[in-house]
Design a protein around this ligand. Structure first.
Ligand SMILES: Cc1cc2nc3c(=O)[nH]c(=O)nc-3n(C[C@H](O)[C@H](O)[C@H](O)COP(=O)(O)O)c2cc1C
Length: 213
C-alpha cells in the first residue's frame, strides 16, 4: 500500500471572505457551480446524497443534479430503490458536492420530496431512448443473478416499446431537496480553511456565520 500518511495537498487558493459571499446561498451556489463548469471539472453536477432510514443507519450514493433554482435541487431516480425507502421513512437528507479541483466543497442539508409527475415526465421524455429503457429495466437496488439478465430484459423492453414513444414508468421520477442549511468550504494555507454556513431563519432570511476549520 502506498504511504497515505505522506499524501498531502497544500491548498493555495486566495480564500473565501465574508464580503465576497452572496447574501442568498442559492446565488452563492450558482456562482461556485458556474466556476466549477468554467474549470471543466469532471461531472460538477455529481453529488453525494446521504439518507437515513428508520434503522438509523446512514447510506450514501452519487446522483446527478439535473435542475436547481431557489426552490431546491432536483435529481432523478427509481422510486423503489434503497434511497427511496429511506426517503419514505425520513425526508431529512444531506447533499455533498466535492469540487476538489477548486479546493472546494459544498454541504447542503434539508428536506426532500418527490417533484410532480408532470415535471418528472417532462424530463423523462427529454432523455435518450437508451436511458429511458434503462429506467424500465432496472429494479434498482435489488439483487440480480447476472448482467445477462439485465441485457435480456433490455432487449425485451426495446422490442416491446419499438413503436412510438417509450411510456413513462410510474416507479421513476424526480426528487427535490429544499435546503435549510448550506456550507461553503474553501481550502486554505496551513489547514486554515474558510468555512461559511447559511442557516434558514423563521423569517425566511439566512444567517451567515464563519466556522472554524
Ligand atoms: C457519477 C454517478 C452518477 C449517478 N447518478 C445517479 C442518478 O442521477 N440517479 C440515480 O438514481 N443513481 C445514480 N447513480 C447511481 C447511484 O450512485 C446508486 O448506485 C443508485 O442510485 C442506487 O442507490 P441506492 O441503492 O442507495 O438507492 C450515479 C452513480 C454515479 C457514480
Amino acid at each position: 500500500m502506498p504511504d497515505l500518511s505522506k499524501m498531502r495537498q497544500e491548498y493555495v487558493s486566495k480564500g473565501l471572505h465574508k464580503e465576497d459571499l452572496e447574501i442568498n446561498p442559492f446565488k452563492q451556489f450558482e456562482k461556485w457551480f458556474n466556476q466549477a463548469l468554467e474549470a471543466e471539472l469532471i461531472e460538477p453536477n455529481a453529488f453525494t446524497l446521504s439518507t437515513v432510514g428508520l434503522d438509523l443507519k446512514p447510506s450514501q450514493r452519487t446522483v446527478l443534479l439535473k435542475m436547481y433554482d431557489e426552490k431546491g435541487f432536483v435529481f432523478f431516480s427509481n422510486y423503489k430503490s434503497k434511497k427511496s425507502h429511506h426517503i419514505d421513512e425520513n425526508p431529512n437528507v444531506s447533499a455533498h458536492f466535492a469540487w476538489l479541483g477548486l479546493e472546494r466543497q459544498v454541504r447542503i442539508e434539508g428536506k426532500i420530496s418527490k417533484i410532480s409527475k408532470t415535471a418528472s415526465m417532462k424530463y423523462f421524455l427529454s432523455r435518450p431512448k437508451g436511458s429511458q429503457l434503462g429506467a424500465w429495466v432496472s429494479h434498482q437496488s435489488q439483487v440480480v443473478n447476472s448482467r445477462s439478465v439485465l441485457e435480456s430484459k433490455f432487449d425485451e423492453m426495446r422490442k416491446k416499446f419499438s413503436k412510438g414513444e417509450i411510456p413513462f414508468p410510474s416507479f421513476w421520477g424526480g426528487y427535490q431537496i429544499v435546503p435549510t442549511y448550506f456550507e461553503f468550504w474553501q481550502g486554505g494555507l496551513n489547514r486554515l480553511h474558510d468555512r461559511f454556513i447559511y442557516e434558514l431563519k423563521d423569517d425566511e432570511t439566512w444567517d451567515i456565520n464563519r466556522l472554524e476549520p
